[in-house]
Write a protein that binds this ligand. Structure first.
Ligand code: ZN
Length: 392
């Protein structure tokens, strides 16, 4: 495998040292809950690397060694790009690689057609099963359905490479364990993948069907993760006495009213909690437009963190008012803004960082950088604007 032999920036350069000093200070202040400015996490190195090198993303999912190589190279690239609060040019003690079929793995198990694309992560279509088909279908095999056999092949090859002593920039490479197949969202989003938006009319026409169907999916997801943990010789978090909250993260819930969310999702989450002796998670990843649900979810589960709250899809000021200053918020400025111009990005950052949004701190910004075609100067402009308007 042909890998880079060094960083492409000079670790000794004075601007790298100055950047790293500021980054350390900002994160240290943030973590002790006395922030000096809003930290920005930038994770677009993957996309930038693919674009810089003209790589067709499909090879990543077809060629086992290419998945390893690309993961290592874009981790290196992430340590070279000064577009966020990342310490640059310092290799970790161990590089980590993982079997990555996000976000289509579990949908593929249910027969949803998967589309691999040259410039983005794969996507899947809805299976559009009828109510009757949903009712009678056997749940997919935990190792042989959909893309799971391919994932096992990638996992075995990664282990072979790591066990043979693969190193990168002088540090060992290890596979992340357990290698859980990505569920791509949650119980409700998987139901949407299988049944389609009809699941929402089912909620009125045949609520008992929906309750049973959602519970079967949730139990299948638990069984899937338990099986893959066991294959890695690891206990599953939910089976440990002190770990494994029941996840409340679920894409698609923003289409539900608080009452319907209660009736179907909250009821199921608490049912699972009782069965497994667990608590609902207090961490909510939500990249949709669920402003109307957050205070409700907070009342039910005592949310302590909301992750990927996208602005301006959501009124982050209103969310702050409703959930209070104690909740940790990770906000995202939408791709459409990042795809504009440096001047527009600057203006948007200025509009975003109101006193209300910044609150008493507990706010970080995340630039996922998953969309191709965003010029690097736009990311540079975002970081500069955060350093200016994100100060306390
Ligand atoms: Zn998301």
């Amino acid at each position: 495998m042909k890998l880079s032999a060094s960083f492409q920036i000079d670790p000794q350069a004075s601007e790298v040292a100055a950047h790293n000093r500021e980054v350390r200070e900002v994160w240290a202040a943030f973590k002790t809950d006395r922030p000096t400015r809003v930290p920005l996490s930038f994770t677009g190195a993957r996309t930038i690397y693919l674009e810089e090198n003209g790589i067709d993303y499909r090879t990543y999912y077809e060629d086992q060694d290419e998945m390893v190589r690309l993961q290592l190279e874009w981790q290196r690239r992430a340590l070279e790009l000064p577009f966020g609060d990342t310490i640059l040019a310092e290799a970790p003690e161990t590089w980590s690689v993982n079997v990555d079929f996000h976000p289509v793995a579990s949908a593929s198990c249910f027969g949803c057609p998967v589309v691999f694309r040259p410039d983005a992560v794969p996507a899947h279509e809805c299976a559009h099963l009828s109510r009757e088909q949903c009712r009678t279908m056997p749940m997919p095999d935990l190792f042989t359905s959909g893309l799971l056999p391919r994932q096992r092949g990638f996992r075995d090859r990664m282990d072979q490479l790591c066990d043979a002593g693969l190193t990168f920039l002088g540090k060992p490479v290890k596979r992340a364990k357990p290698s859980l197949p990505s569920t791509g969202g949650g119980t409700f989003s998987t139901a949407l993948d299988i049944r389609g938006p009809e699941i929402m009319s089912d909620m009125y026409e045949d609520p008992e069907f929906v309750r049973v169907f959602l519970e079967r999916i949730a139990e299948w997801q638990i069984a899937l993760h338990r099986a893959w943990c066991a294959a890695d010789g690891m206990p599953y978090a939910m089976d440990k006495p002190d770990g494994g909250d029941v996840s409340i993260t679920d894409h698609g819930i923003d289409m539900l009213s608080p009452q319907i969310y209660d009736e179907f999702l909250v009821a199921l989450i608490f049912k699972l909690c009782r069965k497994y002796g667990k608590r609902p998670s207090t961490f909510l990843h939500h990249c949709g437009r669920g402003t109307h649900l957050f205070s409700h979810i907070q009342k039910r589960f005592g949310v302590t963190a909301i992750h990927a709250l996208t602005w301006p899809l959501n009124d982050v000021g209103r969310v702050r008012r409703e959930i209070g200053d104690e909740v940790w918020v990770t906000a995202v400025i939408s791709d459409s803004i990042l795809n504009s111009t440096p001047a527009a990005i600057r203006q948007a950052a200025r509009d975003f960082f109101t006193a209300e949004v910044k609150g008493r701190g507990r706010l970080s910004l995340w630039a996922p950088g998953e969309v191709t075609g965003i010029p690097t100067e736009n990311y540079r402009a975002l970081y500069e604007a955060v350093r200016e308007y994100g100060r306390y």
